[in-house]
Design a protein around this ligand. Structure first.
Ligand SMILES: [Zn+2]
Length: 309
């Protein structure tokens, strides 16, 4: 599947992976609310009791993987600069797509011959290579995942030992086989502002059910945000993330997501968090799904995240 717009791609993907989609695609957005924080969702796999998300990441349930296992080093990211970002407000949240989506291995440029690496006009398509196009992506072991989109939840969806941070960023990645990997990043209030969040605030938020385009020749990259977790005094030291197999946290709640929730919390100012709350918290309700019991904790691991800078 070739996707010109990530939002279109995700709609198709969600419909494809759902075992029993009661309502498909865009129409689904109209039929759920956060009024009871997901308890009343009956779409797709939302009522499954196997591997739903989010969960409370409790210290007592986290296993440290043995040295040499596949969990030892799993994620190498290289996020690219996107110069044209499409910001959409579904009424349930604000999502950021790059107008140009990176191609996955095996995909062809729309209109291209797929052989010589040229499009109809004869222009090279190397700019759409996975590591430099769109928002870039990550290698997890041998698999390349491109960034499909990113979005926020306020307050956070995952919890850590019962604590619910103020904001959670979800960077949604997609592999060639359609599987999803989501990197979760927490924010809480602190003295230091967050430069990445400020750029998004300055770009502005569209009203509910509207879309806008944000262009910046310098590009918008997720790399610096993830790098904020890396200790500057100990370069090369990997950061830790909680890893488990879960689901989408919005209907149809498809159980196709490898979750990596970074351990630790970034800080943002009260004013920055308020700016996100203003658009994400409506009628007193945040856009988060409550934790879904403890069904996944038997497969919860710490894992390491390394970089390719
Ligand atoms: Zn999310």
């Amino acid at each position: 599947m070739v996707c010109l717009r990530a939002a279109v791609c995700l709609v198709g993907l969600v419909a494809a992976v759902s075992a029993k989609p009661a309502v498909r695609g865009r129409a689904l957005q109209q039929y759920y609310t956060y009024g009871s924080q997901g308890d009343d969702w009956t779409f797709g796999e939302c009522e499954s009791t196997i591997r739903q998300s989010p969960i409370d990441l409790r210290s007592e349930d986290v296993d440290v993987p043995p040295v040499g296992t596949k969990f030892e080093v799993v994620l190498n990211y290289r996020y690219a600069n996107c110069s044209e970002v499409i910001i959409s407000n579904s009424g349930h949240g604000v999502q950021y797509d790059c107008a140009e989506l990176a191609l996955l291995p095996g995909e062809e440029e729309v209109g291209g011959d797929g052989i010589n690496g040229t499009d109809i006009a004869g222009e090279m398509i190397k700019q759409r290579s996975p590591l430099t196009a769109g928002f870039g992506g990550s290698y997890t072991n041998e698999t390349f995942y491109r960034v499909l989109q990113f979005h926020f939840h306020a307050p956070a969806e995952h919890r850590v030992d019962g604590n619910q941070p103020a904001l959670e960023l979800h960077i949604v990645h997609q592999a060639s086989d359609g599987s999803l990997m989501v990197l979760g990043i927490f924010y809480d209030v602190g003295r230091e502002p967050d430069a990445f969040l400020q750029r998004l605030i300055d770009a502005g938020f569209p009203p509910a059910n509207e879309t806008m385009t944000y262009t910046d020749p310098l590009g918008l990259s997720l790399a610096d945000e993830v790098a904020r977790f890396l200790p500057t005094e100990l370069p090369g030291l990997p950061l830790l993330a909680y890893h488990y197999k879960g689901s989408l946290t919005t209907p149809p709640c498809s159980e196709v997501v490898d979750w990596y929730v970074v351990r630790g919390t970034l800080t943002a100012t009260r004013a920055q968090l308020d700016a996100f709350d203003d658009v994400l918290i409506t009628e007193g309700e945040g856009n988060f799904r409550d934790v879904v019991n403890d069904q996944n904790v038997q497969d919860l691991y710490f894992t390491t995240v390394t970089t390719l800078f």
